[in-house]
Design a protein around this ligand. Sequence first.
Ligand code: 13P
Length: 256
Amino acid sequence: MKKKIIIGNWKMNPATVSEAKVIVAGIKRTALKLSKVTVALCPPYIYFSDALKAAGKGKLAIGVQDIFHEQAGSYTGEVSPAMVKNAGGTYAIVGHSERRRLGESDSIIAKKVSAGLSAGLTVVLCIGEHTRDDHGVYLAFIHEQLMGALSKVSKKFLKHLIIAYEPVWAIGRSDKDAITPRLLHEMVLYIRKVLSDEYGEDIGRHIPVLYGGSVFVNNAKEFLSEGMADGLLIGRESLKPVEFSTILKIAHEVRV
Ligand code: 13P
């Protein structure tokens, strides 16, 4: 049984560094006790080093929400994968729909995925359709996003890749608006098939596929059990230590 991977994406929250430290400390207490979950938090850059200190050595990994596609140079305002790695970061979210909405294209995302993996980070590549239709257009869209983002990645790095399937229509909504476990299971299988067709079954089977989009304490279990996701990428609930810790325990206990 693979360890479940639970990643918190704090987005542009919280407002102060002291709140950030309290959240990390609260989550750390539970994360340290659970052997069957891998836990990472991705705070805003400005809290990165404080989060890293609060997390301490060991179970609770700290990552970032975006990276640039070059390792150094004259790029005002950007942070390179190498800097993240050298500063102690391990995970980088790439291609989140909220960044795509700001203009990030598939070709930029492809460069970022490749740069992140080459720098030794675990890259969490986000994909997800905006809407669903009855003709499977959304499947072709997912196929294109996935293959576009991986077009520059050499096969040897794929063991450090995680896919986060986050349908845009399910992000930032209520628990009732999240995907159903049955539809999620279909998507997990579809993503695995696309990866297997491209890279072979062994790789296709081993790349973790997470789900993100309105995950809460009351629906987390069904995504991991019936939905067959290898983990979760969580927004709002990752800012609440009690709720997030409960989700970690659920992931630790789930048998799939
Ligand atoms: P919510 O869990 O707040 O819906 O956010 C999901 C998300 O976008 C995580 O990356």
